[in-house]
Write a protein that binds this ligand. Structure first.
Ligand code: S3P
Length: 206
């Protein structure tokens, strides 16, 4: 490829990113999905591409509480964690536009869903069981998974949560490919959705 062509392609990419950023306005990009779907890894890269701040709600909760998520679950129980989670998500959505990676349970709260709808664009990183299992088995920082056999827990959560996650504005298939590929898919889907060109499902026709 000639240098000029390469430069032109790069310019076009930058223009596209700038258009997405502009169309987003003051809204946040909110990543939802199950544990292991890649919300943090994809979100960090996505924010970087768009020149936005990145915030992970679990990290914010840990910072505010001075305890890890596992410690909060163990000491105060899940309902206490959920209350804090809803407050933290609401607070973060009020601030400057940013990319927000939410904990897997956050979107299950109806109030949180409404706040996300009002202040953000929601993107569900949808993954199949083997992808999720492979990823969550690498770490032991998820209290819900210590309650039983991780495969059964994840399977049940998929059944319970996927119909609700499906309310998200956009759905992108999270697969076992480099995170950059998913970031690209998310950007494409966002550009289409913000441009009002297609239905809110990036997976169609793939
Ligand atoms: C949870 C997911 C976790 C964390 C907590 C509960 C859930 O976040 O918020 O362990 O209910 O699915 P990740 O989805 O970032 O792992």
């Amino acid at each position: 490829m000639s240098l000029r062509l390469a430069e032109r392609k790069k310019e076009l990419k930058q223009e596209r990113l700038a258009r997405v950023r502009e169309a987003l306005g003051s809204r946040c990009i909110v990543l939802i999905g199950l544990m292991g779907a890649g919300k943090t890894a994809v979100g960090r890269r996505l924010a970087n591409r768009l020149g936005l701040a990145f915030v992970d709600t679990d990290s914010e909760i840990e910072l505010a509480a001075g305890q890890t998520v596992s410690e909060i679950f163990a000491e105060h129980g899940e309902p206490y964690f959920r209350q804090g989670e809803a407050k933290v998500v609401a607070r973060l959505l009020q601030g400057d536009p940013k990319v927000l990676a939410t904990g897997g349970g956050a979107y299950m709260d109806a109030g949180t869903r409404a706040t996300i709808k009002a202040n953000g664009v929601s993107i569900w990183l949808k993954a199949e069981l083997p992808v999720l299992l492979h990823r969550v088995r690498r770490r032991d920082n998820r209290p819900l998974l210590t309650a039983g056999d991780p495969e059964t827990v994840i399977r049940n959560l998929m059944q319970e949560r996927y119909p609700v996650y499906a309310e998200a504005d956009i759905t992108v298939e999270s697969r076992d490919v480099p995170h950059e590929v998913i970031v690209y898919d998310v950007l494409e889907a966002l550009a289409r959705w913000l441009g009002g060109e297609t239905t809110p499902d990036a997976t169609g026709g793939r």
